[in-house]
Write a protein that binds this ligand. Structure first.
Ligand SMILES: Cc1ncc(COP(=O)(O)O)c(C=O)c1O
Length: 524
């Protein structure tokens, strides 16, 4: 029907253009894909040439193609631990693969919090509110939340910014967290991802939009920036200083961009992914001064704020900015993100998050509001999860005791995991890993033998990808290679999730130790 009504909009696919790899004229570097996609014979209205996002990078964001191939060939499904079907005739020393490549606590065997699931259940199926097996505070909370939903149903749309009562409570949480720094609900948008990036990148501008982002960095953000037509200007975190962000690196990165793009934003992740560091107040103050001096919009990704393990405490950028006082506190433009996916609740699948905007031009805020209306509303169950994360049961509430026990149990498991991973990984030849201070991941460095690096080159792989693939094939452990996140030339790392059950971590470390010892023998 569309073709008949608007024939002028139908453009034939361009010969030689490869949307899977738009920067390489004339074709994909991936033979499997060039073979399976014959763009020139497409007869449908929607073809790959009309799509904007570089699929090669998108695919790499979830699992390296090598791993996808591995699963395909072995005919196994991809979930945290699954039955492993070895190829015929090949005996493997493991029965299941341990997948710690995601920051997904429930995938790692962590149990959802009972209070959270009870309230969600009662919201989805309100008849449960008549069941006095559910604690009274669960029923009251569900009732209150449903009262905020249009038609008293989680199947309705909400206001653009989110359910107003939840937005208000999120704002109160932020203010409590920040020691009383005021938070205005009008500056908060409940969302399910990083739509805010859409605002930044103007693909039509004469100069490409540049965003400073850490290296190593959470891949989805850099992919989104690139997918929108912007460029990422990487600044290196200092591994020697426990992955601290040093302002000289920002300066150097900006200089390296050298007028080739228009740098407008600075993205920071605190606590770090994949690096597991927690930024010091001093470093944050320097970053804020730098953003002010260079007129950069500060994007503070603080989704791991609830996951802190060492001595350091989490302080939000919003708080540090407020404490620095005018003129900075009135002028530096800031977006701060948080999510129900992370922390000890780990409700990744519910897609609940928020962004708080500080010091934005009212006209830009209006624009952002309009942008958010395009998505109708964030998922209501995600909004509810956010409400429960920011306003958990209080001492004296009927659900408090169990809630406290469950969260303490998760915290002590992760504390134990952090210590154990540090101890074992650092005992292996050629490994070094700073203590994980926060977040969901350990990111050890591997000093690979020259022979292994040479072998990886011969098979056309990054050396750390080669190591990770061998680890998967020979030990059944799936981790993410450091080259997926960006790392200094000549250094190699991999990332694994530590928000997992302790016995799974022990098994993972046991397999890693055996595998690594053999690997070093084979390649020395
Ligand atoms: C640093 C960082 N920011 C944001 C997110 C996005 O989380 P979600 O989209 O599930 O809220 C993640 C998820 O892993 C992350 O690691």
């Amino acid at each position: 029907a569309f073709a008949a009504e608007s024939p002028g909009k139908c453009r034939p696919p361009q010969r030689g253009f490869d949307p899977l790899n738009p920067k390489v004229p004339g074709g994909s570097t991936d033979p499997e894909h060039t073979a399976s996609l014959d763009l020139n014979t497409s007869v449908q209205m929607l073809s790959l040439t009309t799509l904007r996002f570089p699929l090669v990078s998108l695919r790499a964001s979830r699992n390296s193609p090598l791993f996808v191939d591995f699963f395909k060939k072995k005919k196994v499904s991809h979930r945290w631990v699954f039955d492993f079907l070895p190829p015929q005739g090949v005996e493997k020393p493991f029965k299941e693969v341990i997948d710690v490549s995601w920051g997904d606590p429930h995938r790692g065997g962590m149990k959802p919090l009972t209070f959270v699931r009870q309230v969600l259940a009662a919201c989805v199926y309100p008849q449960l509110m008549n069941d006095n097996k559910l604690p009274v505070d669960v029923r009251q909370r569900a009732q209150k939340l449903l009262d905020g939903c249009a038609g008293r149903s989680v199947g309705s749309y909400s206001a653009t910014q989110g359910i107003p009562e939840i937005v208000q409570r999120v704002s109160e949480f932020i203010s409590r967290r920040d020691g009383g720094v005021p938070s205005n609900p009008e500056n908060i948008f409940l969302c399910c991802g990083s739509q805010i990036l859409n605002v930044l990148v103007n693909a039509e501008a004469a100069f490409t939009t540049g965003v400073l982002a850490p290296a190593p960095c959470y891949r989805t953000t850099t992919l989104s920036i690139e997918g929108l037509g912007g460029v990422v200007i990487p600044y290196y975190l200092s591994e020697e200083q426990g992955w601290e962000l040093q302002v000289e690196e920002l300066q150097q990165a900006l200089e390296s961009a050298g007028g080739a793009c228009n740098p407008i934003a600075l993205y920071v992740i605190n606590p770090g992914n994949p690096t597991g560091h927690v930024q010091s107040r001093k470093s944050m103050q320097e970053v804020i001064r730098f953003a002010s001096e260079k007129r950069l919009f500060l994007l503070a990704d603080e989704v791991y704020q609830g996951c802190i393990y060492g001595e350091k405490e989490f302080v939000s950028y919003k708080r540090v900015l407020a404490e620095m006082g005018p003129p900075l506190s009135d002028t530096v433009e800031l977006a701060s993100f948080h999510s129900a996916s992370k922390g000890f609740m780990g409700e990744c699948g519910l897609r609940g998050g928020y962004v708080e905007l500080v010091n934005l031009d009212p006209a830009v805020k209006k624009y952002i509001y309009t942008l958010f209306t395009a998505d109708s509303s964030a998922p209501l169950l995600g909004q509810i999860a956010l409400d429960l994360m920011t306003n958990p049961p209080l001492p004296g509430d009927p659900s408090y005791f169990q809630f406290d026990q469950e969260t303490q149990h998760i915290k002590s498991t992760v504390d134990k995991n952090v210590k154990k991973a540090f101890e074992v990984v650092n005992s292996l030849q050629g490994f070094s890993c700073p203590a994980v201070e926060g977040g969901a991941f350990a990111f050890p460095r591997i000093h690979l033998p020259a022979k292994a690096i040479q072998k990886a080159k011969e098979v056309g792989m990054q050396p750390d990808t080669f190591y990770c693939l061998k680890l998967l094939e020979e030990a059944g452990v799936l981790v993410s290679p450091g080259s997926d996140f960006g790392q200094k030339e000549g250094t190699f790392h991999f990332r694994f999730c530590i928000l997992i059950l302790h016995d799974v971590l022990e098994e993972l470390l046991r397999r890693l130790t055996l595998f690594h010892t053999q690997f070093m023998k084979d390649f020395s």
